[in-house]
Design a protein around this ligand. Structure first.
Ligand SMILES: *Cc1c(COP(=O)(O)O)cnc(C)c1O
Length: 480
């Protein structure tokens, strides 16, 4: 039976709509009713089945997991897509996500050895290959339009460059990204990559994307697509390393361990939640935020209150500077007994009352502990102190985001329970903070030495949705 996908807000349950398949939702963003896609149920593995997964290599494990969700792709095809994605050549080692042990029971799972040195590559590299495959099968094409403040854009471009049927139009705030981030994107010379530097801030870029996407005629005519963090395939790809990390630190499936996850849009830790729902023995999922603590506030108090752009702080862990957590609605759906009417009601409150509070609703609040989430937040000073302490004690360099995770992990350690902290970026991406913490520049992988000096290719544009539309029309018209 094929896995069917439904919306958190209910579409897909109607008699005339039995839900969509994995490939149907692969290229889509929000569900038509404004909700997010989720599988109708999660596959659950027995202890024996888990044992059979132990010892698999990364690509084999990825196939075992992803094939349960992407079951409308013939197994042999999916296998070759996964095998070509998770290679030592792309991720630096056959482990793909190697483990570093700081001390007995405390580990870092390295997720940032892909092309752009951040964990997003793990999912995005798979997405690039899946897009090319599905577009080819359907004889279709897509023009990805996105906005980035750094990490997502470069990860997407490095995954989509040279892929047939895909073009990327990426907006970024002109002269606001770090020189390293600019170089990672702007030095790409591939014909299907278009970098647009907008005279404005990140929010202006995002508003332009929204304005273009709201023009449904333009969107349909130019086949505008997205690769943002709500993409379901990205979540599924991230489930894999929770299994990998679990098997790396345990000898049997009787042991429960905890994961600490630097969080922004709730995509990474949502994958941990799904791994746990699938039967992986996870004790706690520790949601670590920076000063932008909308998620920490929810898990501590039951109050969910997305912030406005003015309230959103710029911090030294910039990839976690979010005002609302786009993937949170998927957890809410599970928390609310997978009842779309209940989700719709809370999201209505978010839209009209600025948020909601479930702490007064005993039915919901007493279910919370069963999901294993705990949370905490950290400050700039915490990050700097954590980076320093880890260097002094273990001679390991961690970046500011990983430091947020480790700091909150240390506040939530339990005797006898192993802790795995997810490393989400390499220090080389955030030189200024590393200099502040350690008094010197971080180690930069060889391949990235001097990338700031490569020739760059980008267009500067006013913060005007009309201008980006004309640009897309012009480029696509000319290519045809
Ligand atoms: C995107 C990102 C995060 C946040 O991940 P979410 O899935 O949005 O919670 C954390 N750290 C780094 C380095 C990132 O790029």
């Amino acid at each position: 039976m094929t896995m069917r996908y439904v919306s958190t807000r209910g579409a897909g349950f109607a008699a005339d709509e039995s839900g969509k398949s994995f490939c149907d939702i692969l290229l889509e963003g929000l569900a038509p009713d404004g909700g997010l896609f989720l599988p109708q149920s999660y596959p659950v593995w027995s202890a024996d089945e888990l044992t059979a997964l132990r010892g698999l290599g990364y690509a084999e494990l990825a196939f075992a997991i992803i094939s349960r969700y992407a079951d409308d792709i013939p197994a042999a095809d999916l296998k070759s897509i996964i095998d070509m994605t998770y290679t030592a050549e792309v991720f630096g080692s056959t482990d793909i996500t190697p483990l570093k042990t700081l001390e007995p029971g405390l580990h870092i799972l390295a997720l940032s050895n892909g092309p752009t040195l951040a964990f997003k590559d793990i999912a995005m590299q798979l997405l690039g290959n899946l897009f090319e495959y599905v577009l080819d099968k359907r004889n279709a094409e897509t023009n990805i339009l996105g906005a980035t403040s750094g990490d997502t854009g470069s990860s997407a471009e490095h995954a989509m460059k040279g892929k047939r049927g895909v073009r990327v139009f990426m907006l970024s705030p002109h002269e606001k990204m770090s020189p390293f981030q600019c170089a990672q994107m702007f030095s790409l010379q591939d014909e299907n990559i278009f970098n647009i530097a907008v005279r404005g801030v990140f929010d202006d870029c995002q508003d332009m994307v929204k304005a273009v996407s709201n023009d449904s005629a333009f969107k349909a005519k130019y086949k505008i697509g997205a690769v943002n963090s709500i993409n379901w395939a990205r979540i599924v790809a991230q489930v894999v390393y929770y299994f990998k990390g679990y098997f790396a630190v345990t000898a049997t499936n009787d042991e429960k361990i905890s994961f600490a996850v630097p969080s922004g849009n709730f995509g990474n830790v949502l994958a941990g939640h799904i791994a746990r729902m699938m039967g992986l023995p996870i004790r706690r999922l520790i949601v670590a935020t920076n000063e932008n603590d909308v998620l920490d506030e929810f898990f501590r108090t039951g109050r969910y209150r997305p912030r406005g752009s003015i309230e959103t702080q710029q911090t030294s862990s910039p990839s976690m500077d979010i005002s609302k957590a786009s993937n949170f609605e998927r957890f809410l759906y599970d928390l609310l007994w997978r009842d779309p009417a209940a989700v719709r009601e809370l999201m209505r409150k978010v839209d009209h009352e600025g948020g909601f509070d479930v702490s007064g609703c005993t039915e919901i609040w007493k279910r919370m502990p069963a999901f294993g989430f705990v949370s905490g937040s950290s400050t700039h000073a915490d990050r700097i102190a954590t980076i320093r302490a880890v260097w002094e004690m273990h001679r390991i360099e961690i970046d500011t985001h990983t430091a947020d995770g480790l700091k909150v992990a240390m506040n939530n350690r339990e005797p006898g329970v192993q802790m795995v902290c997810l490393e989400t970026a390499l220090p080389a991406k955030f030189e200024a903070s590393m200099v502040e913490a350690l008094g010197r520049k971080p180690v930069r992988p060889l391949a990235y030495k001097g990338i700031e000096n490569l020739p760059q290719r980008f267009e500067v544009m006013d913060a005007d949705a009309g201008a980006v539309k004309r640009f897309i029309e012009d480029k696509i018209g000319r290519l045809k």
